[in-house]
Ligand binder design. Sequence first.
Ligand code: SF4
Ligand code: SF4
Length: 163
Amino acid sequence: MKDLIRIMLEGAYSNLKRIIFASDRVTDMELRNKILNGQIVPTEKVAEKPCIGCSGCANVCPTEAITMKKLDEPVELMEGLIKDQIPVLDSLKCVTCYYCHDFCPLYALFGEAGTIHPNDVGQVESDISKLLEKPVKISEDKIAFISQYLADTSILKKKSFKR
Ligand code: SF4
Ligand code: SF4
């Protein structure tokens, strides 16, 4: 009991400024006002133009935070490669594991920035037709490992590595 009182007093002491002045809530209010005034805009999670629409990110997401949306107009990225869907990331379901980015083939196979990111995808400038012609500089084993995740929508269930 004595220990409990001591812990409570220590906690109250170290949080004194926060308790008396509500100092942490001041920051929250600033943030809230900035959001309400439109000074903070949500970041982009998907770079739609360079994304090749392979749906690998949706396959590897452990929380089903990514869904693939059909494009109204399919895009020919290069001869024989048509993009007809792009990912949409629902931040409310995201646990920020970065699998989507790390398995995105642009990053995993070609070492370029991935075209999806749970925080902010930033500016991705890859020229896809040139990029896809580049040799892949990783081992066959690694390519096989990555490919199974990119291609198989039930991979997470099979590996019992999910939800
Ligand atoms: S970072 Fe978020 S969206 Fe990406 S795979 Fe993980 S849970 Fe899914
Ligand atoms: S894994 Fe990368 S290239 Fe494939 S759909 Fe997702 S963001 Fe686009």
